[in-house]
Design a protein around this ligand. Structure first.
Ligand code: ZN
Ligand code: ZN
Ligand code: ZN
Length: 407
């Protein structure tokens, strides 16, 4: 395998998902095929997922069919986002087996089908509580689809684990989870807490797209991504990687942190409360309780991972509630501490939306300069991280153009 060379901003891998599911919290605002935020028309049968156009509905027809059937089942209320994703993946796998034409992803010369994705079943059985929960979920899914798909309990269990370990998630412009998707090639990227080769990844419409942030030449094995959000402490990273991905990270950053005796600064009871809150998905609750938790965190620095996570969540929650100034403030604090360009870019885009709502885009507004600066910075960041043709990049460019025209 020859070395790989890429220029700054160049696409290194682009791939449509093998299977993807719209998150439960975004079913009313995200198209189930193109993943764009839109006014969606719900599927007339299951009334679960929706589409922005007839074309998207038609293109998703085969992938949605089993999910649709499942969501009209009497026990459909027990099926969450993950269940819908697993149902889509299993149904597709069996459809392809029946047609004898199996999808293959290509990760820089390594070919992979869905069964090549790691499932870590051997590790799952070592955790009795998690195993019991996952087994119950597999049985629920099987009960719903077994009349239609010739699959076994073991197969469903393995597919749940494959989805858990290998998915990429996307967010709406206001920071809510929008889709989870699994990709045959992209799931091959290994993890590093601080990748040597800076690569961004992001969903552009339906595809996930990896780009070089700088010029580089390397071996394919050196191409790594961080599975975790930036700023996470060493103990939190180790815990998350072990409990979610089943490995202990030995990257340079982890060694350095280990040798420096890095500890968790945030009190465990706050972490626990925060994790429960952020998982609830209820933006009003996140806004109200999150604001109180943030007050209790006043002793912690802004670049503490938990403060940063809460700021990001509050940026989204405040926006949804129409508290645009507060959204802007939270976004600003998160923006200045995050070291990762792709996270900066998405935070900045949400700030841009809030500034727009506040009317700072008007030339006559006293803070108009701030708006101009934010949009221009965002435009540059998006061009490099996600490419000039990304929807958000072109929206920001339109904003810059309209300012020049004095609109
Ligand atoms: Zn669509
Ligand atoms: Zn349907
Ligand atoms: Zn590490």
């Amino acid at each position: 395998m020859p070395s790989l060379s890429f220029k700054k901003g160049e696409i290194i891998l682009q791939e449509a998902p093998y299977a993807a599911a719209v998150n439960d919290v975004s079913l009313q605002t995200i198209c189930a095929y193109c993943f764009e935020e839109a006014t969606v028309e719900p599927c007339s049968k299951c009334k679960t997922v929706g589409y922005c156009s007839r074309e998207c509905k038609r293109k998703d027809h085969d992938d949605h069919a089993m999910e649709c059937y499942a969501m009209t089942h009497e026990s459909a209320r027990n099926l969450d986002t993950e269940c819908r994703l697993v149902i889509r993946a299993i149904a597709k796998h069996h459809r392809e087996l029946a047609k004898n034409s199996v999808s293959v992803g290509n990760w820089f010369g390594i070919k992979r089908s869905i069964i090549h994705l790691l499932s870590h079943l051997d590790h799952l059985v070592q955790n009795p509580r998690k195993y019991a929960e996952t087994a119950a979920k597999a049985r629920r899914i099987l009960a719903v689809i077994q009349d239609k798909v010739p699959c076994t309990y073991e197969e469903v269990l393995a597919m749940i684990m494959r989805m858990r370990i290998n998915t990429f998630g996307a967010s709406t412009s206001t920071g809510l989870p929008s889709v989870v998707a699994v990709h045959l090639a992209a799931s091959k990227f290994d993890h590093s807490c601080e990748p040597q080769i800076p690569v961004t990844h992001l969903f552009n419409k339906r595809k996930i797209c990896f780009r070089a942030v700088e010029d580089f030449t390397c071996e394919r094995e050196d191409l790594k991504i961080s599975y975790l959000p930036p700023l996470m402490s060493y103990p939190a990273r180790q815990e998350r990687l072990l409990s979610h991905y089943y490995f202990e990270c030995g990257c340079q950053k982890c060694w350095d942190d280990y040798n420096a005796g890095a500890k968790e600064d945030c009190p465990p009871e706050i972490i626990e409360e925060l994790e429960t809150l952020l998982a609830c998905g209820d933006q009003d609750q996140i806004y109200e309780e999150g604001t109180k938790i943030l007050e209790r965190m006043t002793g912690l620095p802004e670049d503490n991972y938990w403060v940063y996570q809460l700021r990001c969540a509050l940026q989204a929650a405040a926006f949804v509630r129409g508290e645009f100034y507060e959204s802007l403030q939270h976004g600003y604090h998160a923006f200045i501490v995050t070291p990762a360009a792709s996270y900066q870019a998405t935070i900045l885009y949400s700030m841009y939306l809030a500034l727009h709502e506040l009317g700072w885009n008007q030339k006559s507004h006293e803070h108009h300069d701030y708006f101009v600066e934010c949009v221009k910075k965002g435009e540059r960041l998006f061009d490099v991280c996600f490419g000039k043709r990304h929807t958000i990049a072109s929206e920001l460019r339109r904003a810059v153009r309209s300012m020049r025209l004095g609109a």
